[in-house]
Design a protein around this ligand. Structure first.
Ligand SMILES: NC(=O)c1ccc[n+]([C@@H]2O[C@H](COP(=O)([O-])OP(=O)(O)OC[C@H]3O[C@@H](n4cnc5c(N)ncnc54)[C@H](OP(=O)(O)O)[C@@H]3O)[C@@H](O)[C@H]2O)c1
Length: 353
């Protein structure tokens, strides 16, 4: 790949100064974002690294679009620290960031039966080869599905972040039912824009909460009511909800308790000590519940089932992807700086075409 920002991986292969991707003579190379330590977006560098080869049961994907998400920013920083138990204690175990992808299968390893070269696929890679690269490797049995023909790479790559997480929270955790009143806090973000659409799909009456700038957008994706948090505090307006899904962790169970119906459920994907204690307490002693799930560590088969379910909604237009900005691969650090500000609208996509 020719790019002004590409750093050839020429570091010597010594024990003390080992390159993350030692250069092997004559092997095909590719461009990839690499970070060898936790920190600011400056730790992300575009490097020339060895192009991977699919092993038995794996597929090699030419990435056409990938994502930079709020979760990627946390993984880059290695914060919260307990995340390092999965990511690597002192530095990232997998130097290339990025989980969501859409691309074309270039080749398959032995014993692969469900996919073939030329298939357009989408999905996510968790704790494996990152997707902010020209190629990525995914197990055939991984979170991987054939892409609907009527959707673009950029629309498909973010599905496993916002939509898959929100499907897990609304349906599996909160058991959303037709006719329920559901409030989505952070309705304009990656998780929020999917959550509004999914809650409508499940037949709920949906209230979205966002700032003035995003009110129109949140209405346009189906919210029945939108509360501008710069003008009104939804916890003080007297309304009650069967489900409050705080996608951005800006509120809390304690603040929302009075806005929940008698058996109302508060769910949030942002874990704090308070939420952990409230989960334990409410599971035994309260009709109103607080719940959290780490979607990324659910069994792969479960994540794949969620992806296949979303594929149908995505194909029929019941679910669409809100795209805020797109960046080329060499601008991944810039994309991280933007996402770190915490005000992206829907999704940030990396395009590799
Ligand atoms: N547990 C899990 O399984 C899981 C999975 C994926 C992600 N996550 C986590 O989920 C969180 C959300 O991810 P995301 O991608 O949806 O984030 P995001 O897209 O970066 O969130 C940005 C959105 O948050 C809104 N926002 C900011 N301050 C707000 C406030 N005070 N009240 C209401 N909305 C506010 C912004 O709207 P305005 O500009 O209008 O303020 C913006 O549209 C992250 O912490 C991520 O790490 C957890």
């Amino acid at each position: 790949m020719k790019s002004a920002g590409l750093i050839p991986n020429e570091e010597p292969k010594t024990k003390d100064h080992a390159s993350p991707f030692p250069l092997e003579q004559g092997k095909p190379m590719m461009g990839a974002i690499v970070s060898t330590k936790y920190g600011s977006p400056d730790v992300l560098q575009l490097r020339e690294v060895e192009k991977p080869t699919p092993k038995e049961g794996e597929v090699l994907i030419k990435v056409h679009a990938a994502t930079v998400t709020a979760a990627d920013g946390m993984m880059r920083k290695g914060i919260p620290y307990y995340g390092r138990l999965f990511l690597g204690l002192t530095k990232p175990k997998n130097p290339t960031p990025g989980t969501g992808f859409a691309g074309m299968i270039e080749s398959v390893g032995k014993e692969v039966g469900q996919f073939k070269a030329g298939d357009r696929v989408f999905g996510e890679v968790i704790f494996g080869a990152g997707t902010n690269a020209e190629y990525t490797i995914v197990p055939e049995e991984g979170v991987l599905a054939i892409m609907p023909d009527n959707r673009t790479w950029s629309e498909a790559a973010p599905v496993c972040d916002g939509a898959l997480t929100s499907l897990n929270f609304l349906r599996n955790l909160a058991n959303i039912q037709r006719g329920q009143k559901v409030l989505i806090n952070g309705a304009s973000g990656g998780l929020g824009t999917s959550a509004v659409q999914l809650a409508k799909h499940f037949g709920a009456e949906v209230t979205g909460v966002c700032s003035s700038e995003n009110v129109e957008m949140v209405e346009s994706i189906g919210a029945d009511e939108v509360i501008d948090y710069t003008k009104e505090d939804f916890t003080k307006n007297g309304s009650t909800y069967d489900i409050i899904y705080d996608t951005v962790g800006k509120s809390s169970f304690a603040r929302c308790k009075g806005s929940l119906t008698e058996k109302g459920i508060f769910v949030s994907p942002v874990l704090s000590l308070a939420l952990l204690l409230q989960m334990i307490w409410t599971s035994k002693f309260s009709n109103r519940k607080a719940k959290f799930s780490a979607t990324g560590i659910l069994p792969v088969a479960k994540l794949r089932t969620l992806l296949l379910e979303l594929k149908g909604l995505f194909e029929t237009g019941k679910l669409s992807t809100v795209i805020d900005r797109t960046y080329p691969l060499e601008e991944v650090p810039e994309a991280h700086r933007y996402v770190d500000k915490g005000h992206k609208k829907g999704n940030v996509v990396i395009t590799l075409d």
